[in-house]
Design a protein around this ligand. Structure first.
Ligand code: OOB
Length: 559
C-alpha cells in the first residue's frame, strides 16, 4: 500500500541510521506528489513481479535457470536462513559476489529481512571491504568460495580480524571445514513468514561505494523509493518488456548494470537476465547468440573489444541479430568509436552517463544519430535539476563547458557519515557537485567534456587519486606521492604514480607488491610508477597534476 509519511500510524519504521542524509521533507513531499516515490520496497517489488510473471525465466547463469517464482522462493528461503544466523531488520551485510544467480538470491533475501546490503565490487579486496564494513557497521560478509580466483575464505577471515563486529562470514561455495565460515547453501531453510520484514520505502535500502576523490571512498545510501523510481523510469526509457533478454556483463552491483536499467529494470518489466561469467567477446557474444540477447551494457573499452572481434577477429561468424541495443557508459566514449557500433554490431547505440550518487542520463531511441554519437544523453526525470556553472558558481551560456551540479528525486543529498566531505561535495541548497565538466547541446543532451575531480577513470573503474597516494605514503621509502591519470588508447586513462623516494628508490615491483599486500583492489594499483626528485607545483604550491601528466622520463617502473 502506498503511503505518505513515516508517521506513528505507520507500522513500518523508516530505517534512518545515524549519519544518513535524507531528502528534506519539502522535496520528499513533491516527489511523492509527482508519483516518483510510490511506496514500494525491494522485497515487495520482487513479490509482485513473481506473482505477475511467475513461470517466466528471470535469471540464467551457467546451468542455473530460475523462473520468477523460483527466484522469489529462494529469496524467502535465504531470508529465513539469514534470520536464523542472527541477522535482523536494519542490519548491514557486505555483499561481495560475482555475477551469479546467488548474488540476486542473497540481495533479495536480505531485502526480505529488511537488512541492508552493502555492495562491494568483485575486484574489491581487504582494504575496501574493511572500510565498507567499518563505515556501515556491518554484521555480516557474504563472499564467494575460492573457485573464483583468490581465496575469499582467507579474505573473509581477514575482514573479521580487522572488524570484529562482522560476526557472520558466509561463503557461497566450500567453507573448507572452517567452523568460522557458514556455507551459503547451508542457510537455505524453510521459508519463515515470521522472519520477513516490510521495511519503510523511504528508509535506507542499501549502501554503495562512491568512486572516491579525497581520502577514502565514501558510502552512498539509497532508499527503496528513490532507487525504484530510477529503475522504473529507466525501464520505460529503454523500452524494456517481457521479451527483453538482458546480458549482465559488468559487475551487477555497479549502478549501470543494476539500475540503468540493468537487472532490476529487466525484473521490473518481466524480462530475462542472463549473466556472463566473463566479459570476453567469445563468452559474451556466445551468450548473445545462444540466449537471443536483446540488450546489454558495457564500458567503452569493452565496446571496442567486441567491435574489433566482430569486425576483424574471432567473432565474425556470430549471429548477433537478436541484439537491439548496446548501452555504453561509465567513461568517455569518443564519437569516432560511437559511430562504429551500429554498422559493426548491427544494433542501436545508447550512451549512458550516470553516477552512483544518483543522476543518470540516456540518449533516447528517437534521438538523431548525431545526438546519440556525440552526447551522453539527458536526465531520466523532468525533475532532475541541472546547473552548469563556471568556477565562481555562475551559470555558463548554453553550449559552453562548465561544472555539472544536480539535484533531484533519486540523487543523494549527502554521503553516508561524511559531513566534512559533504560541505565540499554539495552546495548549501543540496546540489551535488558531480566533478564532471559538461556542455549542454541545444536538445538538452549533455556532452561530458572533462573532469574537475581527483579521480582516474580507468575504463569505467574509478580510482580516487588521494586514496592511492595515502597507501603509497605508508611505505617507509616513500617521502611523497602524486597519483594522476595518463591518457591510454584502450582504457581511456591509466593510473600513474609519481613518487619522491627517501634516499634510494625501492626495488622494481616493491611498491605494487606493497599495495597488494595492503589489500588494495588490483585496478587501483598504479600501471606505472615513476621516481622524481620533485613535483612541479602550481603558483599556490599545490602539486600540478597537469604538469605531471605532461612529464615523461625514463625512470619509471611499469607494474
Ligand atoms: C557510473 O557511475 P560511477 O559512480 O562509477 O561513476 C560516475 C562518474 C561520473 O561522474 C563521470 O565522471 C563518469 O563516471 N562517467 C562518464 C560516463 N558515465 C559515467 N564519463 C563520461 N561519459 C559517460 N558516459 O559510471 C554510471 C552509473 C550509472 C550508469 C552509468 C554509469
Amino acid at each position: 500500500m502506498p503511503h505518505t509519511t513515516a508517521g506513528a500510524a505507520d507500522p513500518r519504521r523508516r530505517f534512518a541510521p545515524r549519519g544518513w542524509v535524507p531528502h528534506p521533507e519539502e522535496a520528499a513531499a513533491r516527489y511523492r506528489a509527482a508519483g516518483y516515490w510510490t511506496g514500494e520496497n525491494f522485497g515487495a517489488f520482487l513479490r509482485e513481479r513473481a506473482r505477475r510473471f511467475a513461470g517466466r525465466t528471470a535469471v540464467v547463469a551457467g546451468d542455473t535457470r530460475l523462473t520468477y517464482a523460483e527466484l522469489d522462493a529462494r529469496a524467502d528461503s535465504l531470508a529465513a536462513g539469514l534470520a536464523r544466523l542472527g541477522l535482523a531488520e536494519g542490519d548491514r551485510a557486505v555483499v561481495h559476489l560475482p555475477n551469479t544467480a546467488e548474488l540476486l538470491e542473497v540481495v533479495f533475501g536480505l531485502f526480505r529481512l529488511g537488512a541492508v546490503p552493502v555492495y562491494a565490487l568483485p575486484a574489491h579486496r581487504r582494504s575496501e571491504l574493511v572500510h565498507m564494513a567499518a563505515v556501515s557497521g556491518a554484521r555480516a560478509l557474504v563472499t564467494s568460495g575460492p573457485h573464483t580466483g583468490p581465496d575469499h575464505r582467507t579474505l573473509a577471515r581477514e575482514v573479521r580480524a580487522a572488524e570484529p563486529a562482522v560476526e557472520h562470514l558466509v561463503i557461497a561455495g566450500d567453507p573448507g571445514g572452517d567452523p568460522a565460515l557458514t556455507a551459503l547453501d547451508a542457510l537455505r531453510a524453510e521459508p519463515d513468514p515470521a522472519a520477513l520484514a516490510d521495511p519503510h520505502p523511504e528508509g535506507v535500502a542499501f549502501l554503495q561505494l562512491s568512486g572516491g576523490t579525497t581520502g577514502l571512498p565514501k558510502l552512498i545510501a539509497r532508499t527503496h523509493d528513490d532507487y525504484l523510481y530510477s529503475v522504473r523510469a529507466s525501464a520505460d526509457i529503454c523500452r524494456l518488456d517481457t521479451d527483453t533478454v538482458y546480458l549482465g556483463v559488468l559487475p551487477l552491483v555497479h549502478n549501470f548494470p543494476m539500475s540503468s536499467p540493468g537487472f532490476l529494470g529487466v525484473l521490473h518489466a518481466g524480462g530475462t537476465v542472463v549473466l556472463a561469467p566473463d566479459p570476453s567477446p567469445a563468452t559474451a557474444l556466445g551468450l548473445v547468440e545462444a540466449e537471443r540477447v536483446t540488450h546489454t551494457a558495457v564500458v567503452p573499452p569493452l565496446a571496442l573489444l567486441w567491435a574489433d572481434a566482430v569486425e576483424h577477429g574471432s567473432q565474425r561468424e556470430r549471429d548477433l541479430s537478436s541484439l537491439r541495443v548496446l548501452q555504453v557508459g561509465g567513461a568517455p566514449f569518443a564519437p569516432e568509436a560511437a559511430r562504429r557500433i551500429t554498422p559493426v554490431l548491427g544494433c542501436a547505440l545508447q550512451q549512458v552517463f550516470g553516477m552512483a550518487e544518483g543522476l543518470v542520463n540516456y540518449t533516447r531511441h528517437d534521438d538523431p544519430d548525431e545526438v546519440v554519437t556525440t552526447t551522453q544523453g539527458r536526465p531520466i526525470s523532468p525533475d532532475d535539476e541541472i546547473l552548469i556553472v563556471d568556477d565562481r558558481g555562475d551559470p555558463v551560456p548554453d553550449g559552453e563547458p562548465g561544472h555539472l551540479l544536480t539535484r533531484g528525486p533519486y540523487t543523494i543529498r549527502g554521503y553516508f557519515r561524511a559531513p566534512d566531505h559533504d560541505r565540499e561535495a554539495f552546495t548549501p541548497d543540496g546540489f551535488y557537485r558531480t566533478g564532471d565538466i559538461v556542455r549542454r547541446h541545444p536538445t538538452g543532451s549533455l556532452t561530458v567534456s572533462g573532469r574537475a575531480k581527483d579521480q582516474i577513470n580507468r575504463g569505467g573503474e574509478k580510482v580516487g587519486a588521494q586514496e592511492v597516494e595515502n597507501h603509497l605514503l605508508a611505505h617507509p621509502a616513500v617521502r611523497d606521492a602524486a597519483v594522476v591519470a595518463v591518457p591510454d588508447r584502450y582504457l581511456g586513462e591509466r593510473v600513474h604514480a609519481y613518487v619522491i623516494a627517501r634516499g634510494e628508490p625501492p626495488a622494481r615491483g616493491a611498491l605494487p607488491a606493497f599495495l597488494r599486500e595492503r589489500g588494495l583492489a588490483a585496478y587501483k594499483i598504479p600501471d606505472r610508477i615513476e621516481f622524481v626528485e620533485a613535483f612541479p607545483s602550481t603558483a599556490v604550491g599545490k602539486v600540478s597534476t597537469r604538469d605531471l601528466r605532461g612529464t615523461a622520463t625514463d625512470h619509471h617502473q611499469d607494474r
